[in-house]
Write a protein that binds this ligand. Structure first.
Ligand SMILES: [Zn+2]
Length: 67
């Protein structure tokens, strides 16, 4: 599931329940819209291509990424 933080506009992916933003810590998060999810996946793809994916939390390879 991809979430969006209303406070800092951060998109992030988590499995399981999420109560606060991993970036700013505020409890002002909601499910990302389809557009935000697409943005997030694009960003993630670019990040992986850059070869510096060490700091980005990624889903386990067995988990399907929502289209
Ligand atoms: Zn935030």
């Amino acid at each position: 599931m991809v979430y969006h933080c209303n406070a800092c506009k951060f998109n992030f992916q988590r499995f399981g329940e999420v109560t606060d933003c991993p970036d700013c810590g505020k409890q002002d998060i909601r499910y990302a819209t389809a557009e935000e999810i697409a943005e997030f996946l694009d960003f993630q793809k670019e990040f992986e291509l850059s070869g510096d994916a060490g700091t980005l939390e990624r889903p386990a390879s067995r988990e399907p990424v929502p289209a």
